[in-house]
Design a protein around this ligand. Structure first.
Ligand code: AMP
Ligand code: MG
Length: 355
């Protein structure tokens, strides 16, 4: 699974340490109600899972079917991997003319601007041309991009050149394009979350490739929790964190998608100021009131790094766990996270330096 968090409880995918811990938690709680039930499917290039508290198990088929339908529709609308999607067609007429686009496309463009502004451009939905220069090409030894190619791509990056009206959108600069890779899954999770609520579910979790939003409780006496994975050892977890009700979580990291050039790793999240992949952190996990915000901010804060993220965390009340890029993994957390966190196997935790 992509992303640095695992939904809990789900014993099947856990390391030995947390597996034991969960068994203990679950067996202690099985007195208080049936186990949560879940169903999964593939969409948006990853795996989606809908989990309902046991007492609402009868709603699982409808919640899963509706979530699947909704996510497939969104994928058809927002994917840049489909030449016929509205967003691909919008990219094709960048700098030429505005295009009528559906409501969700306009909405995600508007939200992308909000998070672009909030992160002073560290989250930039138009960074695709630069990200592509860092993608490994099949059958070729990876090399650093040429400086002129970087300069040319960077000149096409600026989310403020996106204009949105009541019915249409316009990418004002020729050659620019948008890519919802850093925000689209979170947006999809929020729509699915709302849909599950509308179907009458109150205690559930929606997970799309590590973008997770919860509602209510796993059991009457058990909150939903997630496990933060060890970026340096995919099979291990570092901590378990209880989710605030209705909140969402997302993780950004370089440890699963990167290219290695001359012994150095370059990841898939690019700093729009420099054109170079962001460095310094192994991962950032963001807890926010909704999944769109968690998704966009995890990408944005990963670029900003610890020090420049602090004012944004203070301003928004969003909580976060930073894992610096040095081994063994340790956790730097916002003060609000401390009360909700159970550390595993002696992992070192401290409040964000400079808070
Ligand atoms: P995430 O896994 O949510 O952090 O999203 C990573 C994806 O977002 C990348 O694969 C790119 O498609 C895209 N991306 C990379 N850098 C940025 C950035 N600075 N702002 C917005 N999106 C980005
Ligand atoms: Mg993201």
């Amino acid at each position: 699974m992509r992303g640095g968090v695992l939904p809990l409880p789900d014993a099947s995918r856990m390391s030995a340490g947390i597996f034991v811990l969960c068994l203990l938690i679950l067996s202690a709680c099985s007195l208080f109600g049936p186990e949560p039930v879940s169903d999964s499917f593939e969409t948006m290039g990853t795996r989606a899972t809908v989990t309902l508290a046991g007492k609402e198990a009868d709603r699982l088929p409808a919640a899963t079917a509706e979530t699947q339908r909704l996510m497939r529709e969104l994928d058809a609308e927002l994917s840049v991997y489909r030449a016929d999607s509205p967003v691909s067609r919008l990219n094709a007429v960048a700098g030429v003319r505005p295009l009528e686009v559906p409501e969700d496309t306009r909405r995600v463009l508007e939200l992308s601007r909000v998070y672009g502004d909030l992160t002073s451009g560290a989250f930039d939905v138009t960074v695709g041309p630069v990200v592509d220069l860092w993608r490994p090409v099949k059958g070729q030894a990876p090399t650093l991009p040429q400086e002129d190619a970087l300069k040319d791509a960077l000149a096409r990056v600026d989310y403020r050149q996106i204009q949105v009206t009541d019915t249409s959108a316009f990418l004002a600069r020729a050659g620019m394009r948008v890519d919802f890779g850093g925000i689209g899954k979170g947006y999809a999770v929020d729509l699915a979350w709302r849909k599950c609520r509308d179907l009458g579910a109150g205690n559930f979790m929606v997970d799309l490739g590590g973008n997770i939003r919860i509602s209510g409780r796993a059991k009457p006496d058990v909150a939903w929790s997630i496990a933060v994975r060890d970026p340096f050892d995919k099979s291990a977890n570092l901590a378990k964190i209880e989710m605030p009700d209705e909140w969402a979580v997302a993780t950004s990291g370089q440890y699963e998608r990167f290219v290695e050039i001359d012994g150095r790793r370059y990841g898939h999240i690019v700093d729009p100021r420099t054109g170079y992949p962001a460095s310094g952190l192994a991962g950032v996990t963001v807890f926010a009131p909704n999944a769109t915000m968690a998704d966009a901010l995890s990408t944005g804060l990963f670029v900003l790094g610890l020090k420049r993220s602090i004012p944004i965390l203070k301003k928004t009340g969003v909580e976060a766990v930073f894992i610096p890029d040095k081994q063994p993994a340790e956790l730097w957390v916002t003060p609000g996270i401390q009360a909700k966190l159970t550390v595993l196997d002696g992992v070192k935790v401290q409040v964000l330096p400079g808070w």
